[in-house]
Design a protein around this ligand. Structure first.
Ligand code: ADP
Ligand code: MG
Length: 377
């Protein structure tokens, strides 16, 4: 085990979004400073950090100065170029490291790792580098299927659902020439995620699994704990822990999974960082995902991941989300969060709200009852 970061030490965060912001807030509570490095000025993370560097991720001199100013580096989104971490790694500890980042940046590497390295099943898939390969992949997997860019996708961007053979040409035109992957469409009963944290000593903890609902391909709601049989919940947690272990991760990750009608689970993707579906842990656990991430990155022992409440988290997306803010401020049992984004553009995640429910009561509630006070449509 490496020496723990001393109180007053500085954590460097690559990326300026809300995940970095909430990481910096958790770090502050543990007596650390944060230095955010991102290309955008006045980013949500910078607003709450002790120091900021506004520079492109490829700016060598800025990265060297950043490395000299911090004690450890982490990232808050997985599309930081891997070369940025490679530049930093000889100068300062990077947690997670570049190997984990590389796997999670590329859907093909990720699926190969899940199936081979971690032993976690995924839906059938084929790489697609040409229109002929697309035709072959459709013949092999059948329809419906989902065509995705292998890199830089988020919130459903860079994807097309193919329902009929005639959909293939338009999807190819829209997404090529980027490297693509075709996945069998999964007729899931629910989407779950497992959030695990792993420390520098290899010890790991996992939160209760969550059920996620999307709207317009953006996470809308998370229900914690997922209302699934105990064996399914335990399997989801084991999968998340296996992935963290196999990646040799130091930090937090989320494993997105599909639950099939028969209760079996297929992994969808890995986020090697705190995840939107873990925001409920800030208010419903002693140490939320951001604190666990800071503890891991700083070389501290991890905390107990047990929840002290059940929780429902609603994202505040775009102007409609923001319109709910005033009501959320006075809703009983609701913890509202805003990310400091100046422009409320449609589709942008501006904040979230977590409703706390007494432990063990979520499974007795209908969705309408569970969502009371969160102001969703
Ligand atoms: N193979 C699939 N079968 C069914 N639904 C899918 C499939 N792949 C993705 N989806 C749906 O699209 C959402 C976004 O896809 P995902 O691969 O997680 O990309 P992103 O990087 O945009 O989160 C998923 O949460 C799920 O609702
Ligand atoms: Mg996803």
């Amino acid at each position: 085990m490496t020496a723990a970061l001393r109180p007053g030490g500085t954590i460097g965060i690559l990326g300026g979004g809300q995940l970095g912001r909430m990481t910096a807030l958790a770090a502050a509570r543990l007596g650390y400073r944060c230095h955010v490095f991102a290309p955008e000025p006045d980013s949500p993370g910078m607003q709450v950090a002790a120091a900021a560097t506004v520079a492109p991720y490829e700016d060598g001199p800025a990265l060297a100065a950043f490395a000299a100013a911090v004690d450890v580096v982490t990232f808050e989104f997985e599309n930081v170029p891997a070369t940025t971490l490679e530049t930093l790694a000889p100068l300062v500890p990077c947690r997670p490291g570049v190997a984990a980042l590389r796997i999670c940046q590329d859907r093909i590497a990720e699926k190969g790792f899940l199936e081979g390295g971690a032993g976690v099943p995924v839906a059938p898939w084929r790489p697609v580098r040409s229109e002929a390969e697309l035709a072959g992949a459709i013949a092999a997997l059948g329809l419906p299927a989902v065509l995705k860019t292998t890199r830089l996708g988020y919130d459903g961007r860079g994807q097309a659902v193919l329902r009929r053979p005639e959909d293939a040409a338009a999807a190819w035109l829209r997404l090529a020439p980027k490297p693509l992957v075709l996945e069998a469409f999964v007729p899931f009963a629910a989407e779950l995620s497992g959030i695990a944290a792993r420390g520098t000593d290899g010890r790991a903890v996992v939160f209760d699994p969550v059920e996620n609902r999307h709207r317009d391909h953006i996470l809308d709601l998370s229900f914690a704990p997922a209302r699934v049989p105990p064996a399914v919940a335990a399997l989801a947690q084991r999968h998340a822990l296996r992935v963290a272990e196999s990646l040799d991760l130091v930090g937090v990750l989320a494993l997105e999974m599909f639950q099939l009608p028969d209760g079996s689970l297929l992994a969808n993707e890995i986020a090697p960082r705190p995840h939107n579906s873990g925001h409920w842990t800030i208010d419903a656990c002693l140490a939320g995902q951001f604190e666990q991430h800071v503890r891991a990155v700083a070389g501290l022992p991890l905390s107990d991941p047990a929840r002290h409440h059940d929780a429902v988290m609603a994202n505040l997306v775009g102007p409609e989300g923001l319109a709910r803010w005033d009501a959320l401020l006075s809703a009983p049992g609701v913890a509202p969060h805003l990310y400091g984004k100046v422009e409320a553009r449609p589709g942008r995640k501006l904040g979230h709200a977590t409703r706390l429910l007494p432990l063990g009561t979520l499974e007795t509630k209908t969705d309408t009852e569970a969502l009371a006070g969160l102001g969703g449509a």
